[in-house]
Design a protein around this ligand. Structure first.
Ligand code: PHE
Length: 368
């Protein structure tokens, strides 16, 4: 039953106490029952409306009706009640507006036990990964790392590497030249470097012997893209120059490097070859790491896989850097260069070089 303000027929402190207690109990109960902003408005009006609100009734029924001697006591109590009602109404308002912000929080609730959204982490590209592996094998042998420009002059890419102008060996590297340079001297014409070997010259121009350096980098050739060719690919170059460097040093170094890259079971062999900037020159082959040398599809039944080119630095190359201490009478050296894509393909059994450049996450993820 909802509370109604009783008429008082007894103004003794005891019955006033009782009436006040009943009113406060009702006030508390009704305040507790408030659930929404509408409930609160009803509550406020029921207790505080000027016309017929409970406080007004208390004023009329208790204070105005009180006999003279009790007026003071009743007045004091009514005043106190007024304060308590106002307080209750205010507190209830805070709670209800609090409960609507509570509702908002409720709707924005997050379940902290759900698994989080994983940020997609990038990973090393398989080509870069292999390139770093190769570089690290040589760093462990005391080589430093250098880089050079991808746009080169004819001089660095060819001439200083002992490819004279019009030499037929230039045809082995289908070169992309920068257009519109006919007015320049041939040696100054710009091209996209066809190999990392020009960095041998840059390195020797910068540093007198002894030198041990590896050069990772991107190279370009006018090749049509297919399963084994790409107009852009990567190489790692190596150069070691000192007194008394021999072909045995070259063999030992590359044999060690191939074992480090492909496993200690592989054997290497050096097959005669030709490069204008090395003499003698060789192609390095390793025993097929798939069939172990018996012959399979990967090694085209030969048991051997060709991995890189190398040789002893041609004295004709030292001529171009003679002024920086490279006197072919006193020093000697070796150089090597390998295709990173090719090595990566062999290492992982990848049959199409284009997979490296298509950016298909399903492919790349396998190397992450
Ligand atoms: N620059 C050669 C090429 O791209 C590889 C090579 C480097 C050979 C160093 C010998 C010495 O084919």
């Amino acid at each position: 039953m909802a509370y109604t303000v009783p008429k008082l027929d007894d103004y003794s402190p005891a019955s006033l106490d009782k009436a006040v207690q009943e009113l406060l109990t009702a006030l508390r109960q009704e305040a507790d029952a408030i659930g929404s902003e509408n409930d609160w408005k009803e509550f406020r009006d029921r207790w505080m409306a000027r016309k017929n609100g409970i406080l007004t009734q208390v004023n009329d029924l208790w204070l105005k009706a009180a006999p003279g001697p009790s007026k003071r006591d009743v007045g004091g109590r009514v005043n106190q009640l007024k304060g308590q009602v106002e307080q209750a109404v205010e507190a209830a308002q805070q709670r209800t507006s609090g409960s609507s912000s509570k509702a908002r929080l409720e709707s924005e609730r997050i379940d902290i036990t759900l698994p989080g959204i994983h940020p997609v982490l990038g990973a090393e590209h398989p080509v870069i990964k292999t390139m770093n592996e190769i570089v690290n094998v040589f760093r462990a042998m005391g080589y430093s790392v250098a880089e050079g420009p991808e746009i080169e002059t004819d001089y660095f890419n060819f001439e200083a590497l002992n490819f004279p102008p019009n030499h037929p060996a230039r045809d082995t590297q289908d070169t992309l030249f920068v257009a519109g340079q006919e007015k320049k001297q041939q040696r100054d014409r710009l091209l996209l470097r066809t190999h990392t070997s020009p960095v041998q010259i840059h390195a020797m121009e910068k540093q007198p012997p002894p030198i041990r350096v590896v050069v990772p980098g991107k190279v370009h050739r006018a090749d049509t893209a297919d399963a084994t060719h790409s107009p852009i690919f990567h190489q790692v170059e190596g150069l070691a120059v000192d007194t008394n460097i021999t072909f045995s040093d070259l063999k030992g170094t590359l044999d060690h490097a191939m074992k480090a890259l492909f496993g200690s079971n592989v054997k290497t062999r050096f097959y005669p070859s030709f490069f204008p900037f090395t003499e003698p020159s060789a192609d390095v082959q390793v025993t097929c790491f798939k069939c172990g040398g018996k012959g399979c599809r990967l090694c085209k039944m030969s048991g051997w896989i060709e991995l890189l080119g190398c040789g002893m630095v041609d004295p004709g190359v030292f001529k171009f850097v003679e002024k920086n201490g490279y006197d072919a009478q006193k020093i000697s050296g070796f150089a090597f260069g390998m295709g990173v894509e090719r090595i990566t393909m062999l290492k992982y059994g990848i049959d199409d070089i284009q997979l490296f450049y298509q950016g298909d996450v399903r492919f790349l993820q396998q190397f992450a």
